[in-house]
Write a protein that binds this ligand. Structure first.
Ligand code: ADP
Ligand code: MG
Length: 482
């Protein structure tokens, strides 16, 4: 038996997402990323005596949005607690967090593993403030502190220990990132630390009910690294278990330069954070109408939309899931199908030439001139045989991206309207036949596949304007004569 088959992995993930509010969780300081160090730090962020924090209502709203999108129960009676510990990047000496009453309880996030859906159970989503940042790599002999980030609103999304593989973790964090972006509550940028993940990993013998000793791996700044770190951790633990070693409860860090983890802290006993309700912040009660209003404001979620595109519009699973990768793409698709029933053509345009253009020009659906109704017009032009797809995408689309013009006008101006006038086509067809007498002979002897060569020649002569269907018929008529 394969050793890896003897064990099973158990994984629980803690994901922090920075909420895209304008200001911090308890004061008016900006949360903008990239400002000069220590410029967004008022006395409230620093916890100076005599200052009073005030809760940012937008952050509460964002946390509830995420909770509702993840099928959580929303806690109506909330308070903030102080989590006391000392660390240089924590100016107040405590972090304001939630303790026994997280704002969102339970819930789940659905992922698809090998074509099968699985619900990843959540334990909770709670609100808390971020710490500042210690910067170790500027000077050799001391550490710098930037407190701009201190007080930024975070939600922490905590799963039950219910994931079974690194692939599930990969899919789950990908889905979380899509959701926070979809809801427009966090930019999901893992490199800049707006979305951060700690992975708790343990192993146990298959069939065993009790959980094994867990290790928490920190510093995972990409989804790929989450997967890698979990894999190396499982391997390390199995190796230990097989070789008489003891797995100890540790906090480990992932080194992406060589795909290894190393211990940063041995946890001998549980931390005592001496939680207590923050006396400076009033408990907050959420009313049912307030929660209901947020529920009503939620956009349709990507997984629902993807199913709808498949079941109601007949798109493939691939097209539907690609369209639902980002909300702006799905929104644009939905706007366009108000003007045409050719859903598949709209999907092809958006996922093909338009997406390529956006990537190359570093543009977005918001910045291009192409309106959904104009895209529908362009699709109609092809359906009517006035232009072909390749000319439309290579010649008309680039103009439409910059100017709001009608596609037919552009086609006329560029002189690329497809010619279906038989007299004109016949000229090109005759020229093509006259230019390749040997091929004509071969064709007549039975090499019918050569028809493509003649069609290609007519295409060249007409500069792409000849309607290929009519050309093919004309060519066949002429070549099969006498
Ligand atoms: P801590 O107090 O160390 O933060 P929690 O019980 O709050 O631990 O759990 C933190 C995360 O670790 C959760 O996502 C949970 O699902 C996960 N977890 C807890 N025990 C285990 C275990 N034995 N193996 C894997 N993950 C675990
Ligand atoms: Mg923890």
């Amino acid at each position: 038996m394969n050793i890896a088959d003897k064990y099973e992995a158990v994984i629980g993930l803690e994901v922090h997402a920075q909420l895209q509010t304008n200001s911090k969780l308890f004061c008016g300081d900006s949360i903008a990323f990239g400002a000069a160090p220590n410029t967004h730090v008022s006395p409230i962020t620093l916890g100076h005596p005599g200052t009073l924090p005030k809760t940012n209502k937008k952050a509460i709203e964002y946390a509830i949005k995420m909770g509702l999108a993840c099928n959580c129960e929303i806690e109506k009676d909330n308070y903030f607690a102080r989590k006391n510990y000392f660390y240089p990047d924590l100016p107040k000496g405590y972090q304001i967090s939630q303790h026994t009453t997280p704002i969102c309880k339970g819930g789940f996030v659905t992922i698809t593993i090998n074509g099968t859906e699985k619900n990843i159970q959540l334990n909770r989503i709670h609100l808390e403030e971020d710490a500042g940042k210690s910067i170790h790599d500027i000077y050799d002999d001391y550490t710098c502190i930037d407190l701009n980030r201190a007080g930024t609103p975070l939600i922490e999304i905590v799963t039950e220990p219910c994931l079974q593989s690194s692939e599930e973790a990969y899919q789950y964090v990908g889905e979380l990132r899509r959701l926070v972006r979809w809801l427009n509550i966090c930019d999901g940028n893992m490199e800049e630390g707006s979305l951060r993940c700690d992975a708790n990993v343990s192993i146990r013998l298959k069939g065993e009910k009790k959980l094994g000793v867990k290790v928490e791996v920190k510093n995972l700044n990409s989804i790929r690294n989450i997967k890698k770190a979990i894999d190396v951790e499982i391997e390390r633990m199995i190796h230990l278990a097989e070789n008489g070693g003891i797995i100890t409860q540790q906090t480990r860090s992932f080194d992406a330069t060589n795909d290894t983890t190393f211990s940063i802290l041995d946890k001998e006993e549980a931390n005592d954070y001496r939680y207590f309700a923050d006396p400076d912040l009033a408990p907050f009660h959420l009313t049912a109408p307030f929660i209901q209003k947020i529920q009503t404001s939620l956009p349709a979620l990507p997984q629902q939309l993807s199913k709808k595109y498949q079941n109601e519009l007949g798109l493939s699973e691939y097209d539907a899931s690609q369209l639902c990768d980002e909300k702006s793409t799905s929104d644009y698709f939905q706007s366009t199908i108000q003007f045409t029933n050719n859903y598949k053509a709209v999907a092809n345009w958006i996922l093909g030439p338009i997406r390529n253009y956006l990537n190359e020009a570093n543009a977005s659906f918001e910045t291009i001139a192409l309106l959904p109704e104009t895209l529908a017009d362009l699709i109609k032009l092809i359906e009517d045989g006035k232009v072909n797809f390749s000319v439309a995408s290579s010649k008309i689309l680039p103009v439409l991206m910059k100017e709001n013009k009608s596609p037919i006008t552009i086609a006329q101006e560029l002189n690329i309207l497809q010619v279906s006038d038989t007299n004109e086509l016949e000229n090109w067809v005759n020229q093509a036949i006259a230019s390749m007498p040997e091929k004509v002979n071969e064709y007549k002897k039975g090499k019918k596949g050569l028809i493509g060569l003649f069609v290609g020649e007519v295409k060249k002569l007409s500069k792409g304007k000849a309607d290929p269907k009519i050309v093919t018929t004309l060519l066949e008529q002429k070549l099969n004569q006498s």
